[in-house]
Design a protein around this ligand. Structure first.
Ligand SMILES: [Zn+2]
Length: 322
């Protein structure tokens, strides 16, 4: 993208794809800032916003008139966020005051820079929003850029995907992840366990307390293995998070048998080894594989109760607590 900028060949629509928490939205915002900055400097071969000019100050306070971030209002991105006048009452109910995408793009840039629309969690556009948005993608106005950000790009309409230049974001190595996380907010540096639990997604560690999240997982697992009949999961995201943590635990139980130095839950080495002591490596890997399949079928809206019972029977076979 930087190369394209230097050659004056930036595309007008991009799709930033990759797992949650690896910095797609941050990069989109940084790029928007650098496009509008009046005195960008160079940093590691990339143009970087100065952070001091009027444009940068507006970016930092989220009040830049030429940069619009659209994200789900409740669960979805609605057509009233895209097209003025359409189903306005829904936006009104939520007290949504930002300009609509079409409206914002229709006017000339206020500050003389580039107009940038960033659609975060773009896969959450509902049908009418996505169809309205297609119109904008077909004819993006001169001097504007649209960046769609998505951790589930396969859920976007194919017609939307095909109109964007796609950039795939990868998981970060632990060292880079630590460098991102070691900021002014964590003067003593983040713990090794936090870096390992982030698994290449610094945004995840920045947005939630991964150690507290892990405690919550073990509480839920205890409920499950204790025979609780009703799942405590609030929604699908909650269910997915539990299954991800369960798969991570199984991965560690297997690793504890062969190469304990590679544990993610490295601060719990003894407990993890103990949890896996009553199962064979094959048994653990088989359970992992079946949980992974279960995680995949969640995409088809599998009932929460069934998911809970099936996961309980799989995890129960391993006799984790003896
Ligand atoms: Zn600046």
């Amino acid at each position: 993208m930087e190369g394209a900028r230097r050659r004056g060949r930036l595309a007008s629509t991009y799709l930033f794809a990759g797992e949650e928490g690896i910095g797609k939205r941050s990069v989109a915002l940084a790029f928007a800032a650098s496009l509008n900055c009046s005195e960008p400097g160079e940093h590691e071969g990339m143009l970087d916003a100065c952070g001091r000019c009027p444009s940068c100050i507006k970016m930092a306070s989220d009040t830049h008139p030429d940069v619009l971030v659209v994200e789900p209002l409740t669960n979805d991105i609605l057509i009233c966020q895209i097209r003025p006048g359409k189903e306005r009452d829904k936006c009104d109910q939520e007290g949504y005051v930002k300009p609509r995408v079409e409206e914002m793009l229709a006017y000339k840039s206020f500050e003389g820079g580039m107009k940038v629309v960033i659609v975060d969690q773009a896969e959450k556009m509902n049908n009418s929003a996505a169809n309205a948005f297609l119109k904008t993608l077909e004819e993006p106005p001169e001097g504007s850029m649209i960046i769609l950000v998505s951790s589930q790009p396969d859920r976007l309409l194919p017609t939307i995907r095909s109109r964007c230049s796609r950039l795939n974001f990868r998981l970060l190595p632990d060292d880079t992840c630590r460098a991102v996380l070691d900021g002014p907010e964590s003067p003593d540096g983040v713990s090794d366990t936090t870096v390992r639990l982030a698994m290449g997604r610094p945004g995840l560690a920045a947005s939630e307390d991964l150690l507290a999240e892990r405690d919550r997982f073990f509480d839920t697992l205890d409920m499950m293995l204790g025979g609780e009949a009703k799942p405590p999961w609030k929604d699908r995201a909650d269910t997915e998070r539990f299954l991800d943590s369960a798969m991570l635990l199984l991965r560690d139980m297997a690793v504890a048998k062969t190469s304990p130095e590679a544990l993610v839950n490295s601060d719990m080495a003894d407990e993890v080894a103990e949890m896996g002591a009553r199962s064979s490596l094959d048994g653990i890997l088989n359970c992992y594989e079946r949980l992974r399949e279960l995680r995949g079928t969640l995409l088809f809206n599998l009932n929460r109760g069934i998911t809970w019972n099936y996961a309980a029977s799989l995890m129960g076979e391993l006799k984790i607590h003896g």
